[in-house]
Write a protein that binds this ligand. Structure first.
Ligand code: SF4
Ligand code: SF4
Length: 149
């Protein structure tokens, strides 16, 4: 994967909860937490790695430390259909210019939806124990299942 497309340098740099919190009764009514630093009206037209996220945006935090299973992605089989990108409930599929690039492990919760919707045979995404070694699992990827005659 191209390093430059993995996201901003500040993606997933802090553990959620490590910062000092303000109590619910200390928050000023109507307070607005801006997601981006500075002008943000064109943020929707920028790729995530081009946006300047504020420190209290969850983009800058690792929010997946409790994940127990994870998807592993096999580029060799993927047909870039973008199904996983569309269905991931956590926006944790990294895709640029309609090409699937990998998983954002700082935000993926291990729900397995991406694996369910992947149409290839064998699947290009499979779920593994969180401690699994990605390279080793890719070496042992399942082979194509033949249709019963
Ligand atoms: S396991 Fe769930 S959260 Fe993680 S990339 Fe797949 S669909 Fe997204
Ligand atoms: S759903 Fe499967 S084939 Fe389609 S882009 Fe995602 S990993 Fe690739």
């Amino acid at each position: 994967m191209s390093k430059g497309l993995e996201g901003n340098a500040n993606r997933g740099v802090r553990e959620l909860g490590a910062e000092e919190k303000v109590g619910w009764d200390e928050v000023t009514q109507g307070v607005v937490l801006h997601s981006f630093v500075g002008e943000s009206k064109n943020a929707a037209f920028l790729k995530p790695e081009e946006r300047v996220y504020n420190d209290f945006n969850s983009y800058t935090a690792t929010v997946a430390s409790w994940r127990v299973i994870k998807p592993i992605y096999n580029r060799d089989i993927c047909i870039d259909c973008q199904n996983c990108w569309v269905w991931c409930p956590d926006t944790s599929i990294i895709s640029r210019d309609k090409q699937m690039l990998g998983i954002d492990y700082d935000h993926c919760k291990g729900c397995g939806v991406c694996v369910e919707v992947c149409p290839t045979n064998p699947k290009s995404l499979l779920m593994f124990n969180e401690a699994a070694d990605n390279d080793a699992e890719l070496e042992n990827w399942p082979v194509k299942e033949k249709k019963a005659k």
